[in-house]
Design a protein around this ligand. Structure first.
Ligand SMILES: *Cc1c(COP(=O)(O)O)cnc(C)c1O
Length: 442
């Protein structure tokens, strides 16, 4: 990407004061920041008029494009009505309407909505709720179980149930009690069965101490778009019921059609005890999250004031009306269009377009689930930062790809056109072809 004067001036002002997330700031001595002036549809624009196809939906949040007219209008109308009010002792119609819609579209036992304001906090709230539920039922169960290679956010509790070393290992002494069981190693049924055996072994010996088993259903996002078979969800639901452990489905990334169905749990027709949602919930506009749960959980807290403590967890911006109205507009778009049907055609088109990739010498595996497609490379050491090279190349060609290590993936807004898909894939192909020369390991 050429750094021109205006972009460069803005970048300097930024670097004077901003510490960016998920970034070694020294990288920006050589790697340009990309100042964005505006967005429309699948495109982001910088201050020089360069455009970038947002192939990662701005960290997996955007569903219907940037500056979407329908979502804009709904937020604007709400802005002139009520921008915010506390949700303790008070309520507002955007929160009520959105909660009803969420109860309608999520798995059948999820009947109560607890508002939070970001993904990690929803995970925190679900862990606390599960622990507290068992306590109210007379049991102390201080351990949480999760899958190897999982990611649930980066606050202390969420990090504890995650298993991506890059984020976790530094803070290990600070974390709460947690255990991991192996994730199915690929998308086959036999791998799902194998992993279920390992899960049952742990539950047999430890279930009396485990409050909940938290999983990313079907796809582990930050763990490199690792995918597994829905049979594992069926089995995990059966086993957690059998051993009296809650199942938390973290659908923060997989929710709202990403995997092809509205929720990943729908592939297995299961109803978890908790479901966490965020990211696509507001169409990628505003921070908002929810913990959905069952009557059984809700009723374990429903009692006279002095009998049990209420569930005490709150954030200043819990259930913000602007964010809820963005959520309502997002769900309206799903109601008024056959989004899942169109996505099915697009994901098939993406898959078919990737056939020529398999001839490249550095491809380990290509996998897809709905509107998430991952291309895993082989032949590199992590210190080579091959993904970063592809990121820089793609940017110079007008496509925002942000590989996870050596996994290049596409997770575009659903409104991407077939022509834009062609462009996105062609740029990725040339980037991957370019780094073939860097292969060092057999
Ligand atoms: C992004 C993500 C989170 C964390 O959400 P934040 O809003 O970034 O805190 C948790 N779980 C999963 C599966 C995610 O993809």
């Amino acid at each position: 990407m050429s750094i021109t004067r205006e972009n460069s001036r803005i970048m300097q002002r930024d670097l004077e004061v901003i510490w960016h997330p998920c970034t070694q700031m020294k990288d920006h001595e050589t790697l340009p920041l990309v100042p964005i002036s505006s967005g429309k549809g699948v495109y982001l624009y910088d201050f020089e008029g360069n455009s970038y196809i947002d192939a990662v939906s701005s960290w997996w949040v955007n569903l219907f494009g940037h500056s979407n007219t329908q979502i804009n209008d709904k937020i604007k109308a709400q802005l002139d009505t009520l921008e915010h009010v506390l949700l303790a002792g008070f309520t507002h119609t955007p929160a009520i309407d959105l909660a009803h819609k969420l109860v309608d579209i999520t798995p059948k036992n999820l009947s109560k909505v607890f508002y939070v304001d970001n993904g990690s906090s929803a995970v925190e709230a679900s862990l606390k709720m599960s622990y507290h539920y068992h306590l109210n039922r007379g049991k102390t169960k201080p351990i949480f179980l999760s899958l190897s290679n999982s990611y649930h956010g980066e606050t202390i509790g969420a990090l504890s149930v995650g298993d991506v070393k890059l984020y976790k290992e530094t803070y290990e002494p600070l974390l709460i009690a947690n255990m991991q069981v192996p994730v199915p190693k690929d998308q086959s049924i036999s791998s799902a069965d194998e992993a279920l055996e390992a899960l049952e072994e742990v539950l047999i010996s430890k279930s009396s101490e485990i409050s909940a088993f938290i999983i990313e259903p079907l796809i582990q996002g930050a763990g490199g778009m690792h995918m597994y078979h829905p049979q594992y969800l069926v089995g995990a639901r059966e086993l957690t019921i059998k051993y009296g452990v809650h199942l938390i489905a973290d659908e923060i990334m997989t929710g709202f059609g990403r995997t092809g169905k509205m929720f990943a749990c729908d592939y297995a027709d299961i109803s978890p005890d908790f479901m966490t949602l965020s990211k696509g919930l507001t169409g990628g506009y505003l921070p908002l999250s929810v913990v959905m749960t069952t009557d059984d959980v809700y009723n374990a807290f429903y009692c006279d004031y002095n009998e049990h403590k209420a569930f005490l967890h709150s954030h200043s911006y819990t259930g913000n009306p602007l964010a809820c109205s963005a959520g309502l507009a997002t769900l309206e778009i799903f109601e008024q269009n056959d989004i899942l049907g169109e996505n099915e055609k697009k994901s098939k088109y993406i898959k078919d377009s990737l056939e020529k990739f398999s001839k490249l010498s550095n491809i380990k595996e290509i996998r897809q689930q709905g509107m998430i497609t991952a291309i895993e490379l082989k032949g590199y050491k992590s210190t080579q930062r091959t993904g970063l090279k592809i990121y820089e190349y793609a940017l110079s060609q007008g496509v925002l790809l942000r590989p996870l290590g050596d996994v290049i993936y596409f997770m575009p807004p659903y409104i991407i056109t077939y022509e834009q898909i062609d462009e996105m894939i062609e740029v990725a192909y040339r980037g991957i072809e370019m780094v073939q020369d860097d292969i060092i390991t057999p």
